[in-house]
Design a protein around this ligand. Structure first.
Ligand code: GAP
Length: 452
């Protein structure tokens, strides 16, 4: 069973410290959220899982962490200055503003009026001043996608790694979009995080690679605990395609508020490298690119056999971290009826994503011997490098188990007075709630097996 409503998830996230509305004590700031103690661990674990699968487990991908502030030249030549627009309408009755493609039957969702302005384009990039002079001439954009700095670093990475086609560049980082109507919790936000791979291939092999990456990405989401029956593919029709795309397949997920995009896998052709390269006319660029007389780098690669210069095509799997977190929380959230008629809420997260891997709980919080044995065990388990091991010194076992069920902690280890006599401890499994007693010497192996 998964969450019935977004409200249940929002309540759990606040109660347990996964996600908070930002600037809440001053009334909040719309479309922006803060990840709390459990949220930051979950989010980091998700990003690490992506990085492991993209960079460490492949031999054809390099990593990058580029700057967020981006020169207007980059976003001019990428086409974002001209096309990164949403259509905006105002309601003349209640003065609210909406994205025109989010309206049903041209009606204001807030007051029901049909008295709306004509749609007009609104560029959703944020600008900021760079340097000490605020006269409008020295500004940068907060990047709307991580991808552009990957393209502008293409030559640096090829030169420093001697890569040949096909190969990819992976990047995880913040992106910013001045969404007209941010909504549905962390689904549509103004400050988001992306995990984007730009995979460079020989023109002509792009369609096979596109299919390859769609399959890879579906498999990866399934390994993160996202049910296959809640995922499906949407072949984006031509009229909805981004300006750079020849074909985009969106991986759709049934979020609590409806079926929406979790990740896009686009065939960006040679549009981006072709737009940012110098000497455009000397290269056989197939995409309709913006004329570039400012770039000082040739963004092409020499074929080792034919010696011809190729502007690679790009296949781009682009996933949202925040949407990933939301999907994973939705999948993991379960309310179970217990035999005694009570209910428990449990987050059945995959152990590699759990914010806390193990809670070590001394039965009595002010018993020095128990607390010191628990602290020693916590230290040993922390040394395994599996992630956060928490010493839970609240003195209430029942409450600790409930708290860790909701936190998604796969394993609790309790130390009681018997531990002091025979060095055995109790392991309690989150999902089955079964308990077993083992010698404390076996703890490290048992934990490695259970949560790794
Ligand atoms: N580089 C390609 C690109 O940015 P996109 O479909 O606009 O493509 C990629 O974004 C992913 O980023 C989306 O599939 C989604 O998961 C996430 N994303 C986009 N806008 C978002 C927003 N306002 N809030 C949260 N996530 C967003």
């Amino acid at each position: 069973m998964t969450a019935k409503t977004m409200d249940e998830l929002v309540a759990l996230c606040k109660r347990r410290g996964f996600i908070f509305q930002t600037n809440e004590i001053y009334g909040g700031l719309q479309g922006l959220f803060d990840y709390g103690p459990l949220g930051v661990e979950l989010k980091n674990n998700l990003k690490q899982a992506w990085w492991r699968s993209m960079v460490y487990e492949r031999d054809d991908v390099e990593g990058l962490d580029a700057a967020i502030l981006t020169s207007p030249q980059v976003l001019k030549h990428s086409g974002h200055e001209e096309t990164f627009m949403d259509l905006l309408v105002d309601c003349r009755s209640c003065n609210s503003r909406w994205r025109s493609d989010h309206l049903k039957k041209s009606t204001c969702p807030s007051c029901g009026s049909k008295d709306l302005t004509e749609p007009r384009p609104f560029n959703t990039m944020f600008k900021t001043n760079v340097g000490p002079i605020d006269d409008g001439t020295s500004f940068a954009y907060l990047r709307p996608e991580t991808a552009q700095q990957t393209f502008t670093n293409f030559k640096n990475i090829v030169d420093s790694t001697s890569r040949n086609l096909p190969f990819g560049i992976a990047q995880i980082g913040k992106a910013f979009r001045n969404e007209i109507t941010p909504r549905n919790f962390i689904f549509r936000v103004r400050e988001l995080e992306q995990m984007e791979l730009e995979f460079f291939v020989k023109p002509g092999t792009d369609e096979q690679w596109h299919q390859f990456w769609i399959k890879e990405r579906l498999n990866w989401w399934s390994k993160q605990g996202v049910s296959e029956n809640k995922l499906d593919l949407y072949d984006v029709p031509n009229k909805e395609l981004a300006h750079y795309s020849k074909s985009t397949i969106d991986i759709m997920y049934k979020f609590p508020h409806g079926r929406e995009e979790l990740e896009g896998v686009a065939n960006r052709t040679d549009y981006d490298l072709g737009s940012h390269t110098k000497n455009q006319s000397e290269l056989s660029i197939t995409a309709k690119v913006i004329k570039n007389s400012s770039s000082n780098a040739k963004l092409a690669i020499q074929d080792r056999e034919t010696k011809n210069w190729i502007v690679p095509y790009v296949i781009e799997p682009a996933a949202g971290v925040d949407r990933g977190v939301l999907a994973i929380l939705n999948e993991a959230y379960t309310v179970q009826k217990l035999e005694d008629g009570k209910e428990r809420t449990v987050l059945s997260l995959k152990p590699h994503l759990s914010p806390i891997k193990v809670a070590v709980i001394p039965l009595k919080k002010n018993n020095e011997d128990l607390v010191s044995a628990a602290t020693k065990l916590k230290g040993e388990l922390q040394g395994l490098g599996l992630g956060r091991i928490l010493l839970e010194n609240s003195g209430n076992i029942g409450k600790s188990y409930r708290r860790h069920d909701e936190a998604g902690t796969p394993l609790c280890i309790t130390l009681d007075f018997q531990t002091l006599e025979d060095q055995t401890v109790t392991f309690r499994d989150r999902d089955s709630m079964t308990q077993k007693r083992l010698d404390v010497k076996e703890a490290a192996d048992f934990v490695k097996e259970s949560v790794n």
